[in-house]
Design a protein around this ligand. Structure first.
Ligand code: XIL
Length: 371
């Protein structure tokens, strides 16, 4: 309790003093010696339509992830049609500005058009035919951005929280080795690119253990994997910082890096008990669960700031294992959490407010030195 009060007090004081001297501390310079600091960007930010957003990204971040435009359904909407223009804008923006460019994502159960899994007559594909289709997609997309995209989320969300494999079409048709095949194809398409496995809730023991086994399997077969990505869609209390640290330590024992790839912190009440980031799980709007429509009280902002501060303390203490921390969106107005899991809410999970202003309480909590 005393710790919390001191922490709150510190944030208040530094917010006031920093505001007096520098209205906007620069995020990335605070982590130069620790890890890359990234942000998921949308197409308006990538092509400059949102010029304010673009400037803020360039000032504060040194890594980017495309929030949507590299997903299968967008980049490869029909069997013979690839739609590269938005993805090209994203990659060019990153390359021109010397940012670490992340590819998100190659193989996922979401945003996977139904045609992927059937032939021209609508008949389900065989294992071999689906593997061929997967390989063609990976070759085309990874090949196009070879030398430009620095790391790929090769497979996203292949496990359930209880550690069993998700019964996606990929799994049902190919079997559990679809993951290693995807890594193999990606490696062949660009032997120098980093390859990641990405998922949510890796702080849960069963799920983490399943991913550890996967990584060991890949390593035993000499299939490269450079890092595991914990998405990190967190709440004010879940997961505990102890669990986050456990996660970092367990993966580091395998000799790979850990990335926090989609960080955001919701302070809105959850209608359902289940903590997930499954994009298809949507509930109908209910004003009871949208308490800050007219604005976030300072008391709540401070709670979020303290929580961010606690989490970044763990990141900094383990920085030798962490390659990158990426926020899932630039401003609160950009956040997917306004639309998920309950469309129409007003959420405040990120570092910049709806007017592109830094939330200094949070920035200062994050930037606070650990010693
Ligand atoms: C989300 C985007 O932020 C939304 O704009 C989109 O409507 C759905 O997908 N896990 C992931 C991300 O790996 O790709 C998801 O992004 C959020 C959950």
């Amino acid at each position: 309790m005393i710790d919390r009060i001191i922490s709150l007090f510190f944030i208040l004081i530094t917010t006031i003093s920093v505001y007096a001297s520098d209205p906007s501390p620069i995020l990335k310079t605070g982590f130069n010696n620790e890890f890359l600091i990234g942000v998921a960007i949308n197409r308006n930010q990538a092509d400059g339509t949102d010029s304010k957003g673009q400037a803020l990204i360039l000032k504060n971040f040194n890594a980017i992830t495309s929030e949507q435009d590299l997903k299968w359904g967008l980049i490869h909407p029909k069997p013979t049609i690839y739609s590269f223009s938005k993805a090209d804008d994203y990659v060019n923006f990153g390359v021109q500005n010397n940012l670490f460019v992340v590819g998100h994502t190659l193989v996922w159960h979401s945003n996977a058009p139904a045609w992927i899994f059937v032939d021209d007559n609508g008949k389900g594909l065989t294992r071999d035919a689906l593997l061929k289709r997967m390989e063609e997609h990976i070759n085309t997309v990874v090949g196009r951005y070879k030398g430009k995209i620095a790391g790929w989320d090769v497979v996203n969300e292949a496990f359930e929280d209880n550690g069993t494999m998700r019964k996606s079409k990929w799994f049902q048709i190919i079997g559990e080795d679809y993951i290693e095949k995807a890594f193999e194809y990606a490696h062949n398409a660009d032997p120098k690119v980093e390859l990641y496995y990405n998922d949510y809730n890796l702080y849960l023991n069963a799920k983490r253990n399943a991913v550890i086994k996967l990584i060991q399997r890949l390593q035993a077969k000499k299939i490269p994997i450079h890092a595991v990505g914990e998405q990190a869609h967190y709440s004010l209390v879940i997961p505990t910082v102890q669990k986050i640290e456990e996660c970092i330590k367990d993966f580091s024992k395998l000799g790979i890096k850990v990335n926090f790839t989609e960080l955001d912190i919701t302070a809105l009440p959850n209608k359902k008990k289940e903590i997930t980031a499954e994009v298809s799980k949507i509930v109908a709007y209910d004003p009871l669960y949208d308490p800050y429509k007219k604005g976030l009280p300072d008391s709540m902002l401070l709670k979020i700031a303290v929580r961010y501060g606690d989490i970044f303390r763990v990141f900094k203490e383990n920085s030798s294992t962490i390659q990158r921390v990426t926020f899932w969106g630039l401003t609160d107005g950009n956040s997917w959490l306004n639309g998920w899991p309950m469309p129409g809410r007003t959420n405040y999970p990120l570092l910049f407010d709806r007017n592109y202003q830094p939330k200094l309480a949070i920035l200062n909590a994050i930037l606070k030195p650990i010693k």
